[in-house]
Design a protein around this ligand. Structure first.
Ligand code: GLN
Length: 502
């Protein structure tokens, strides 16, 4: 098979007849088989994918126009509904459950003729940072199998990293796409809250959750984003804003210039001068994030060097102070566990899901048996934490206070974006850590989310770009964030940074 590079190149190869969807699907199925020990997939739809591929090949050869994702092989996280296919959120409580409908994002992929090859492992109900909280067991990082792939979308990240599919979908509530992308050396995008419909995404913390994209490059990321983003009558929180043609604009690849998609399209008299001004982008970073004691010094060095490189290109890079860094992880864990405690109350063993064999004398006992046996340890910890912070007497001290922190962060972010186009941050304080290294210390695990939860608390888009390699051989990236719904600028800047590092 021709080595996979981008969706565009793949489509070119298809139209030239140098490959076929069927050949490609067979290739990925055999790779999945060979990489079984990585535990990235929990279900593979082999027969279905082969049939779909052959049907697409026939249709294309008959001269029909091809869909934008024609034959693109995609894997999805086990929290996204795909009608008639298993869906378990990597939890015992949803064992043997089958989706009754498809998520809007899935419908849109299928409309454009994508092939969904299987469902990927993840942390139970997307709660975790190492993919060690799954009922199916942990996932191995393909670059060093003694290390975690990150979480919670660890399986989706490894599926792309190990060449088991072309792109994959994950979900990002506090970093679950960006952090595993960082640990696996690939691109991971969390769009603006409300850019992609959450209909059919199993809820963890509804005011944070967003479907995200894993890919080998920025071009593929933008192509998938423009397909799955956009208004949806089934999700009242999704934005009505039209979707920009991310991939087409990216193709223009104007060197050294990241257009501002919010800038007016009206003709301007001194156009050339304005363009010259636009050449310079304004990047900000928070001093405290690069000086934080938990940050690996090589990661800090890498980012500092990149900052110098960006400056040398004539862009502005400013160090701002950020007084809230120590509050963001606590605020995130208070708010998300509170929302989770409510969202997960529906899993009671009555309507669906796991039902305990133990006899119960009343309904409360029945629920207790089902839920204590069905849920794993981390999910139970979070349900209890969330219930506690919402309880009378503690609500003001915890939940209400965390809401205030969130508001302050949103205000601060608005101020930053009044002056700057992008915020630069590490994605994670360390490279992928060893399996089991943090399992016994949930607080240490939570604190490692220090750089990713900011984008979810404020709703802004964030992307992790695989730009660096640590002396221990593991990859690490940089995180770039932009103003809400400014995905276009974010993707353009990302593409530029990727080229800069080549
Ligand atoms: N690591 C974070 C958590 O455990 C993020 C999870 C996510 O984004 N789904 O909550």
């Amino acid at each position: 098979m021709v080595e996979y590079t981008t969706i565009d190149q793949y489509h070119l190869a298809l139209t030239q007849g140098s490959t076929s969807c069927a050949e490609v699907v067979h290739h990925y199925l055999s790779q999945i088989e060979k990489s079984k020990h990585l535990n990235a997939f929990v279900h593979v739809f082999a027969e279905e994918a082969i049939q779909k591929a052959s049907a697409l090949d026939e249709r294309r050869k008959a001269g029909n126009a091809i869909g934008k994702l024609h034959g693109v092989v995609i894997a999805i996280k086990d929290v996204i509904c795909y009608k008639g296919h298993p869906l378990t959120a990597a939890s015992g409580i949803l064992k043997n459950f089958t989706s009754l409908y498809s998520a809007t994002a899935i419908e849109k992929l299928l409309q454009e003729e994508a092939i969904i090859i299987g469902v990927c492992n993840c942390d139970e109900f997307a709660m975790g940072s190492a993919n060690e909280n799954s009922v199916y067991g942990n996932v191995l990082n393909a670059m060093d199998e003694s290390r975690v792939p990150g979480g919670s979308s660890g399986g989706s990240a490894v599926a792309v990293q190990a060449g088991l599919c072309m792109v994959s979908l994950g979900s990002d509530t506090g970093g679950s796409v960006r952090q595993p992308a960082d640990f696996c050396g690939i691109v991971g995008l969390k769009p603006t809250y409300g850019r992609i419909s959450r209909y059919g995404l199993i809820a963890y913390a509804s005011s944070f959750d967003q479907i995200g994209i894993f890919a080998n490059n920025v071009d593929d990321t933008s192509k998938v984003l423009e397909i799955i983003a956009g208004a949806d009558e089934y999700d009242s929180t999704v934005s009505q804003k039209p979707i920009e043609k991310y991939s087409e604009v990216l193709k223009e690849k104007k060197k050294n210039r990241f257009y501002d998609s919010t800038v007016s399209q009206k003709p301007i008299e001194k156009y050339s001068e304005v363009l010259k001004e636009k050449k310079k982008n304004r990047f900000a970073y928070f001093k405290e994030t690069l000086e934080h004691p938990s940050l690996d010094t090589e990661i800090a060095d890498g980012i500092n060097k990149l900052i110098e490189q960006i400056k040398s290109e004539g862009h502005e890079v400013a160090a701002l102070s950020f007084e809230y860094l120590d509050y963001i992880v606590p605020a995130y864990y208070i708010l998300t566990t509170a929302e989770a405690s409510s969202n997960l109350s529906r899993y009671d063993g009555v309507r669906y899901g796991y039902r305990s064999a133990k006899p119960s004398t009343d309904l409360t006992e029945f629920y207790k048996h089902n839920r204590s046996e069905g849920f794993g340890k981390e999910v139970k910890r979070r349900i209890m934490l969330g219930t506690f912070v919402l309880s009378t007497g503690y609500y003001d001290a915890y939940f209400a206070k965390a809401q205030k922190v969130r508001r302050k962060l949103v205000e601060k972010t608005q101020l930053v974006f009044n002056e700057f186009d992008f915020i630069l941050m590490p994605t994670s304080p360390s490279v992928a850590f060893k399996i089991g290294e943090k399992t016994d210390d949930p607080i240490a695990m939570y604190l490692a989310d220090i750089y990713t939860v900011f984008a979810n608390l404020t709703g802004i888009p964030g992307i992790s770009l695989p730009l660096f390699k640590h002396s221990n051989g593991m990859p690490f990236g940089i995180q770039l964030m932009a103003k809400q719904f400014n995905e276009l600028s974010l993707l353009q800047a990302s593409q530029h940074l990727m080229e800069l590092k080549k």
